[in-house]
Design a protein around this ligand. Structure first.
Ligand code: GDG
Length: 484
């Protein structure tokens, strides 16, 4: 997961009322690249992030564990407890961070799984390190998982773990969830180690994806590469694959956010005051257009900046009435594609501001920092139009957080069809961001939308996210795994 799949937000586990955990659940063991803790001056403290908050109560109540890397390469502490949960560190060396994490995972798999938006590096040494780290995770899981446990492995860094674990512990029920898209076979088949990755995932009992399309892409690749039998459901959303007399279930499990938590934060008086203060600081514009993303080339930040610049140029937006705020959180800064993307975005911000800003009043406010979650919520509230324009995105939690924060019932989202969130958030202004004119038109539609329509659409977005929140997502996956 990236930034704990819920972002580097703040707050500690246990502050909110925890949903009841079914008492008859077997122990749950989670494996993810990162452990859900950060080192502070007082010792380890739970990392902020929605996923952690959703899973922690389940682990605590079932006597479960979390297995992952601490983020430090210089030591691997013995297992420890935080907030009543056992945490088991997996050591990763500095050389492995370069090869397994920055290399194979983030410079090989990440671009390939996102429509091959950048060229992937396929390097045998990186692949070997990926295999070695995956084997280490599998060994730790095999040693640490109680008999009959449900093991839930997360994301593209750990795709070989399921088969490696099954080889040692056939008694376990093994589930895997991919937070990013699974590409169509034509792209996936570029991967020199494509068969090994599919074989790794087929070690599962249950493989979950964000969208039905990802699930079906995976099934198609498994059939083409390994000649396995698969039975698809009539609606083509789920399938069962036969592997060595075992049945591997495949389906969509779209992730969500902790809606109640975001609403609670958004409802405070301090948030309201801060939102008005932000608006005043921006020069009291009529419309604040907002983007919040990791600075990743998949997120389409440049696309929306260019569209904003063109609309100013054509006079369809007015720098005195419309301003843009773009929060771009630093990420994977050691990788060249990310350095290039940052330069391009900063060049665009500079050129739009040079052209359209007034003294003391930039037209694009660009923040290249991670800001605290308590600061992000008033920004969401202040934002009149949210721009979510990825070329490809597993889900996009920002699109859901924005709707949850808009307890005032107002606000519009422009949302790329290529984000997983587009399957559910059909009340957003959906757009193909590759189409320059369509993107401009979508922004204008959102900016000019009548209040009545804005409120209607926001009600639709809010109803949708309340139906399926993060706790429901975790329950649905674990129930499906437990029932197999
Ligand atoms: C992967 C998939 C999928 C962002 N900037 C700041 C900040 N954030 C938080 C947001 C949100 C999270 O980070 C980003 O959510 P995304 O959905 O865009 O996630 P990715 O990092 O790309 O992660 C994605 C996700 O996994 C979950 O399955 O949705 O498709 O790529 O929560 O709030 N948080 C704070 N400061 C920031 O500056 N505090």
């Amino acid at each position: 997961m990236n930034t704990a799949a819920g972002g580097p937000d703040a707050g500690s586990i246990g502050e909110h009322e925890e949903p009841p955990v079914p008492v008859d659940r077997p122990p749950i063991v989670v494996a993810a690249n990162r452990l859900p803790v950060m080192r502070t001056e007082e010792g380890w403290s739970p990392s902020p992030g929605g996923l952690v908050r959703a899973l922690y109560p389940l682990l605590r109540a079932t006597g479960g564990k979390w297995i992952g890397w601490t983020g430090d390469t210089d030591d691997a502490p013995a297992p420890f407890h935080v907030d009543g949960v056992d945490l088991v560190p997996v050591p990763i060396s500095a050389a492995e961070v370069e090869l397994y994490y920055e290399g194979f995972s983030n410079d090989g798999l990440w671009p390939l799984y996102h429509d091959a938006l950048r060229e992937s590096t396929y390097d045998a040494d990186q692949w070997d390190a990926y295999g070695a780290v995956n084997q280490r995770f599998a060994d730790v899981l095999a040693a640490e998982s109680p008999v009959g446990a449900l093991v839930w492995i997360h994301d593209y860094q750990l795709q070989l773990v399921p088969a490696m674990l099954r080889a040692q512990r056939p008694d376990l029920r093994i589930g895997f969830f991919l937070h990013i898209p699974f590409p169509p076979h034509e792209l996936f088949s570029r991967l020199p180690w494509r068969n090994e990755v599919i074989e790794g995932l087929l070690g599962c009992d249950l493989v979950g994806f964000q969208r039905p399309m990802g699930a079906m892409n995976f099934v198609a690749s498994a059939q083409q590469l390994l000649d396995v039998e698969a039975e698809r459901s009539d609606d083509e959303r789920t399938a069962v694959i036969d592997v060595d007399g075992r049945r591997v279930h495949v389906g969509p499990f779209p992730i969500s956010i902790d809606v109640a938590e975001v609403e609670e934060m958004a409802a405070g008086r301090a948030t309201r005051q801060r939102a008005s203060q932000i608006r005043a600081r921006l020069g009291d514009p009529e419309v604040i257009l907002l983007g919040v993303d990791r600075l990743d080339y998949t997120k389409g930040i440049g696309l929306r900046l260019r569209a904003f610049g063109r609309l100013l140029e054509q006079g369809l937006l007015d720098p005195e009435r419309h301003v843009m705020v773009q929060v771009a959180t630093p990420t994977r800064e050691a990788i060249e594609h990310y350095q290039d993307e940052r330069h391009e975005i900063e060049r665009l911000v500079g050129s739009i501001n040079g052209r359209f800003s007034r003294l003391g009043l930039p037209v694009v406010h660009y923040i290249y920092r991670t800001i605290p979650f308590e600061e992000l919520i008033p920004l969401y509230r202040a934002g009149d139009v949210l721009l979510v324009t990825p070329f490809r995105d597993g889900m996009n939690l920002v699109a859901k957080e924005y709707a949850a924060a808009h307890i005032d019932g107002d606000g519009v989202e422009v949302l790329s069809e290529f984000a997983g969130a587009a399957d559910e958030l059909t009340d957003a202004v959906l757009v193909n961001p590759h189409d320059e004119q369509a993107l401009e038109a979508a922004i204008v539609t959102a900016v000019e939308m009548h209040r009545h329509e804005r409120r209607e659409r926001m009600a639709g977005l809010r109803a949708q996210i309340s139906k399926f929140d993060l706790h429901g997502w975790a329950d649905r996956f674990l129930d499906a795994l437990a029932d197999l």
